[in-house]
Write a protein that binds this ligand. Structure first.
Ligand SMILES: [Zn+2]
Length: 343
């Protein structure tokens, strides 16, 4: 079977060495074992007294979309999103107010059904907060809302502030204790220093690879001993998305396609062009439409092989994307979504 698979890979443009399983190495800061949810489907509702000077429904949709799409990567389904008065109870009850500042009343499953358990603002009118002015700027509002929504929902799953780790390089500490998992992650959605960079840079926030790794470790360790990686790209524009997933190749493919389509690609324009199991995938494209891809347990080896396959068809090749399923090489973090310009 392995020989047949390899032949297929060669036809498609690449082939790697036989696979060994890499060690997993999650990163993060977590509240405590008692904060862990036992279920993976969590109901969400909006408190009836939610107020916002800005367009409430439009920004509620922004919150719902970013939370559901990002936390789907770690196997959580947030559903409902109705008014709290319409349901008997809800796992997470969101209160929106112009003058509150985003926060949670409790971490992890302790937040269950607490009235106004998770605070969000769409107006950022709390003048006492140093970021209020930045988030009030019209061009920053939507990404501020996304950033804080992902951050607070991270708390609702039990994540604590990355800056509060003893080994943190970020000095914006809140001195809230937690369980240290792996190494410090400068790109965590739970890292104030990174939040600030993202908000000021007006970058669309996402969970970092290591946020995902931490939550997979906390909620899914032992669920499977395999991880899967995928790279999707759009041949017309070179937009692409990468992903790794612990569930199945199909889940990794789906997420990579979703990331690619986030760049404005029409559904169907993005195709999965490289994948790997317990390894790294790399994909190279050439100016003259040549391409090559490869998988390998080493990221650099995958890149080099993909490049060499491309160069067999094209004189001017560049590695478009490389992604590893959960392993040591993730310590060199790459944002999970890129847009590559033509070169
Ligand atoms: Zn926080």
């Amino acid at each position: 079977m392995r020989v047949l698979t390899c032949v297929l890979f060669l036809v498609l443009g690449g082939c790697g060495v036989p696979l060994d399983k890499p060690g997993s190495r999650p990163f993060g800061y977590f509240d405590s074992d008692e904060s862990r949810w036992t279920q993976r489907n969590l109901s969400v509702c909006w408190e009836d007294d939610s107020r916002a000077d800005n367009d409430l429904e439009q920004f509620q949709n922004v919150v719902r979309d970013v939370v559901t799409s990002q936390y789907q990567r770690v196997g959580f389904v947030f559903s409902g999103w109705t008014l709290c008065s319409a349901v008997a109870s809800a796992d997470i009850r969101i209160w929106v107010d112009p003058k509150t500042w985003p926060k949670v009343q409790a971490f992890g499953q302790h937040i269950r059904n607490i009235p106004r358990g998770l605070h969000l603002t769409f107006d950022f009118l709390d003048a006492g907060n140093g970021w209020a002015r930045v988030c009030q700027e019209p061009e920053n509002v939507t990404n501020c809302i996304r950033n804080y929504a992902l951050h607070e929902f991270g708390h609702s799953l039990g994540l604590k502030h990355e800056a509060d780790r003893q080994d943190a390089a970020c000095e914006q500490k809140t001195h809230s204790p937690g369980l240290t998992i792996g190494n410090y992650d400068p790109l965590s959605i739970m890292n104030y220093c990174h939040n600030e960079v993202e908000i000021r840079g007006n970058r669309e926030p996402v969970l970092s690879y290591n946020d995902v790794a931490t939550l997979l470790h906390v909620y899914h360790s032992g669920a499977t001993d395999e991880t899967f990686a995928a790279i999707a790209w759009s041949p017309g524009t070179l937009a692409y998305g990468t992903s790794w997933h612990w569930l199945s190749q199909g889940a990794a493919d789906h997420t990579a396609l979703g990331h690619c389509e986030q760049h404005g690609e029409r559904p169907g324009d993005c195709q999965v062009m490289a994948w790997a199991r317990n390894a790294c995938a790399a994909f190279a494209v050439g100016k003259n439409k040549g391409y090559g891809w490869a998988w390998n347990v080493e990221r650099e080896a995958a890149r080099a092989t993909a490049l060499s396959y491309c160069q067999q068809h094209d004189s001017d090749c560049q590695v478009l994307a490389a992604v590893c399923s959960l392993d040591e090489s993730q310590s060199r973090t790459e944002a999970p979504v890129f847009r590559s310009s033509r070169w």
